[in-house]
Design a protein around this ligand. Structure first.
Ligand SMILES: C=C1C[C@]23C[C@@]1(O)CC[C@H]2[C@@]12CC[C@H](O)[C@@](C)(C(=O)O1)[C@H]2[C@@H]3C(=O)O
Ligand SMILES: O=C(O)CCC(=O)C(=O)O
Ligand SMILES: [Fe+2]
Length: 339
């Protein structure tokens, strides 16, 4: 069957680019150089041979699929997403919509145990699958952040990872489910336009996101407005997204990647994203070594706390470029926020 794209997607360009794949089992200094290059060029890479045990991933995927298969009335017990909990089609608080249902959980063990009671009839099974996954993926995220600091020649190599290892880190686990689209036989041929936006264009606000999906395509990244690069699905890999906080912490050397997820398949897509965030009171400032490499030794962003940034995140729309609001030079700020 020919798959056509609906109006909002048809004016866009798709570009076939080979995105960086990092083999985590390769030699350390080589890995750190490649990661830095990927974060500078794309703010994105895929990690293979990452060492997160398959059964840990499979357990959480199984729990997620069981939850999303429940009748609506049962899923609603875990909602509405405010912002934690179950949400369907509404993203955030300002009218963003998408063909997605999701569960957003705080990684804090007490919060996780509490939310699990609304998610499953066997809450301890759900929370142990989620906490096993969080622990393993946080370990990988910390290692990647250490490699980034090494590659950037920052002497304090745990300067970034410390923020997400902190017991008070404000990190999130999110399960997204993009159901296969139903064919509507009795309407016009346009009902065959099967590509829909599951999760609209945005950047992730936190430091680093590690996202794992099943073998169904949908994720795309953009490094140029209106041009999209599809990410080949690989259930054995993790996608790493530089978040807004890492862009600020590297004084703009790394770019927080704009991305989105489309639903385009007869198969349902499930993704599990770990968003490594700092503690609420943490100050976001680049280490001095990264300021010195900047031509005029200035910081691109004014110092701010994650709490202050998070407030801005939740007061804005999904696609807004919020980091621009924190730039030091007013003339360098983007003229406007996306609608
Ligand atoms: C529209 C929104 C949803 C979001 C909070 C926001 O106001 C803007 C950022 C969105 C985002 C994108 C990445 C993650 O999926 C997320 C959990 C996050 O931290 O920022 C979502 C937020 C959300 O769905 O609550
Ligand atoms: O499901 C995906 O592939 C992307 C999800 C995403 O970008 C997010 O949850 O922030
Ligand atoms: Fe995202």
């Amino acid at each position: 069957m020919v798959v056509a794209s609906p109006k909002p997607l048809s004016s866009e360009k798709l570009r076939d680019v080979e995105l960086p794949i990092i083999d985590f089992s390769a030699e350390r200094s080589e890995v750190s150089k490649l990661i830095v290059k990927a974060c500078e060029d794309y703010g994105f890479f895929q990690v293979i041979n990452h060492g997160v045990p398959e059964d840990i991933i499979a357990n959480l995927e199984h729990e997620g699929l069981s939850f999303f298969a429940l009748p609506d009335s049962e899923k609603q017990r875990a909602g509405p997403a405010n912002p934690l909990g179950y949400g369907c089609k509404n993203i955030g608080l300002h009218g963003d919509k998408g063909e997605v249902e999701y569960l957003t959980l705080h990684t804090n063990p007490l919060s996780l145990a509490e939310t699990s009671r609304t998610i499953s009839n066997n809450p301890s099974k759900f929370s142990s699958a989620a906490s096993g996954y969080i622990e393993a993926v946080r370990g990988l995220a910390c290692e990647l952040l250490n490699l980034m600091a090494e590659g950037l020649l920052v002497p304090d190599t745990s300067v970034f990872s410390r923020l997400i290892r902190d017991v008070d880190s404000d990190s999130i686990l999110r399960l997204n489910h993009y159901p296969p689209l139903q064919l509507d036989w009795d309407t016009s041929p346009s009902s065959y336009d099967r590509i829909k936006v599951g999760f609209g264009e945005h950047s992730d606000p936190q430091i680093l996101t590690l996202l794992r999906s099943n073998d169904v395509s949908g994720l795309q990244i953009s490094i140029e407005d209106g041009v999209w690069i599809p990410v080949p699905p690989d259930p054995t890999a993790f996608c790493a997204n530089v978040g807004d906080m890492l862009q600020a912490l590297t004084n703009g050397r790394f770019v927080s990647v704009r991305h989105r997820a489309l639903t385009n398949s007869c198969k349902s897509r499930i993704s599990m994203a770990y968003f490594g965030g700092p503690p609420l009171q943490a100050w976001i400032t680049a280490p001095p070594e990264l300021l010195a490499s900047n031509t005029n030794r200035l910081s691109l962003y004014r110092p701010f706390t994650w709490a202050e940034y998070k407030k801005a995140v939740y007061s804005l729309r999904l696609g807004d470029r919020r980091l621009d609001l924190f730039r030091t030079c007013s003339d360098a700020a983007a003229p406007g926020l996306a609608s």
